[in-house]
Design a protein around this ligand. Structure first.
Ligand SMILES: [Zn+2]
Ligand SMILES: [Zn+2]
Length: 140
């Protein structure tokens, strides 16, 4: 079994955290929010909600949409944890993990929002916004 307990931190070390991943698959999100937030794509992992944060005073939560919040270190700006308001989803930025071993690429989501100037190789499944929202039961 792969080790799903991970330690992470921001660039300046002002925020450190421990999370338990729900799975070892990294999802790549190409949505417009992630493009703005990450300056590119978002590499995220689903985790349990029992994360432990050190330096919570440096962690700022921001309502990025009407259904979710994203957090970042207010000193260095590193993007760290995100969650839905209803608590049904907790996520962590893959790049914030200090030991991102034993992980693999799971899928691409919002692939129809990807800009034309890059592409990924590999055969990980690719879902459009519509397909993804149908998959999670969130389509109107
Ligand atoms: Zn920081
Ligand atoms: Zn996204």
């Amino acid at each position: 079994m792969s080790n799903l307990k991970k330690h992470g931190s921001c660039l300046c070390g002002g925020v450190k955290f421990d999370v338990t991943l729900q799975e070892d698959e990294v999802h790549i999100c190409h949505c417009e929010l992630c493009q703005k937030w990450h300056g590119g794509v978002g590499f995220g992992l689903k985790c349990e909600g029992d994360w432990v944060v050190q330096g919570e005073e440096n962690l700022t939560w921001f309502d990025s949409s009407e259904w979710a919040q994203r957090s970042f270190c207010q000193k260095c700006g590193t993007h760290l944890l995100f969650k839905t308001h209803d608590g049904s989803y907790h996520g962590v930025s893959a790049g914030a993990l200090d030991n991102a071993t034993d992980l693999k690429l799971g899928m691409h989501i919002f692939i129809d929002k990807k800009p034309d100037y890059f592409d990924f190789t590999g055969d990980a499944p690719r879902f459009t916004e519509k397909e993804f929202l149908q998959m999670v039961g969130a389509s109107e």
